[in-house]
Ligand binder design. Structure first.
Ligand code: GLY
Length: 333
């Protein structure tokens, strides 16, 4: 089920979502906590994958690879690629919504168990930004490549040049241009960055993050997703975290690094995600106008997730089962 449908359904009818073999109805907080406890109880259940939003295909892809013995970094790349290739997903990869000049520009990053990191920012014409980010990590002396340089590097590595602006995204952009009112809408596609964290059978953690960024952003805008510590951070001794939502606010609070450091100090992934959201809320009187969601995992495989607003959800692959779980959130008024 696509995230947009999930969100619409959850908000308008209260009917739940079915993924894999698990069905979650319009779930009250107590039930959410019970499900979370059952999903995060033990460390014997590696591998585990957690992704932002309702992305069963991507999450299952990564989970199945891990079950077959793949490393967490391979699973992250292949899992994220599923969303990048999905034309119906207008916030990631091919078919992403463009900037206000009509260009689809991608941000992505990947980080491995050894603390290696690679990213691309503001890259055009290449579908699999996550794979280019991995090549930056593994095949260059750098960690970030931007714009034309990233595209040129990708092509030199055999990636195919593709027009990422689909008819659907072009039409949406043309409609938007009639008023040109830049107002990101909470939870509705403008923000649906895919962040993914995985622990493989060896207990090693990797993460990835991929997005076309905010729809109708200014040309040249870069969000949190490709920036180490903001959109993603992994410390294989401690855990990992990644973000979705209003990148500017994640950048200003270096959210993913903050969460990993809070876990290092002894907080659970849930407590750390909540504190990172509180940090943003406490600095913004206008927090009701934007969404941020965090997910985190620690070395034991315990997970956490929290957002400012309702209808953020996560996909969790564990014990050969992929489940979509609604996240708890701050703004209950
Ligand atoms: N979190 C994605 C972005 O702001 O671009």
């Amino acid at each position: 089920m696509k995230r947009r449908k999930f969100l619409k359904r959850a908000s308008l009818t209260g009917i739940g979502v079915a993924v894999g073999t698990t069905i979650l109805a319009n779930t009250p907080s107590k039930k959410i906590n019970e499900i979370k406890n059952s999903l995060t109880k033990t460390k014997e259940n590696f591998p585990i994958v957690i992704s932002t939003w309702d992305v069963p295909n991507a999450t299952k892809k990564a989970g199945l690879l891990l079950e077959e013995g793949s490393s967490s970094i391979d699973a992250i790349e292949k899992g994220c690629m599923v969303e990048e290739a999905d034309l119906n997903n207008q916030s990631v990869g091919n078919g992403g919504r463009p900037d206000r000049d009509g260009h689809v520009t991608l941000d992505a990053c990947i980080m491995d168990k050894s603390g290696n990191y690679g990213s691309v920012v503001y890259m055009k014409n290449i579908i699999h930004a996550i794979s280019v980010a991995r090549k930056v990590m593994e095949d260059t002396p750098h960690v970030i490549l931007a714009g034309k340089g990233a595209e040129k590097f990708a092509i030199s590595k055999g990636f195919k040049k593709t027009n990422l602006l689909t008819e659907a995204s072009k039409k949406a952009w043309e409609d938007w241009k009639k008023e040109s009112n830049y107002k990101p809408i909470i939870n509705i596609e403008n923000h649906d960055t895919i962040g993914m964290l995985a622990i493989d059978k060896n207990g090693d953690i990797s993460g990835g993050c991929t997005t076309s960024g905010l729809a109708y952003k200014m040309a040249g805008r870069v969000g949190d997703s490709p920036i180490i510590g903001s959109g993603l951070f992994i410390d294989n001794k401690i855990g990992g975290a990644t973000a979705t939502g209003m990148g500017e606010e994640v950048l200003k609070t270096v959210g993913s690094f903050l969460i990993v450091e809070l876990m290092r100090q002894g907080k659970t992934p849930q407590e750390a995600c909540e504190e990172a959201i509180h940090r943003i809320v406490s600095k913004n009187d206008n927090y009701k106008n934007f969404q941020v969601g965090y997910i985190a995992i620690n070395k034991k495989g315990e997970t956490g997730y929290y957002s400012i607003h309702e209808y953020f959800s996560v996909s969790i692959y564990k014990d050969s089962n992929c489940t979509n779980v609604p996240s708890d959130f701050y703004n209950k008024n």
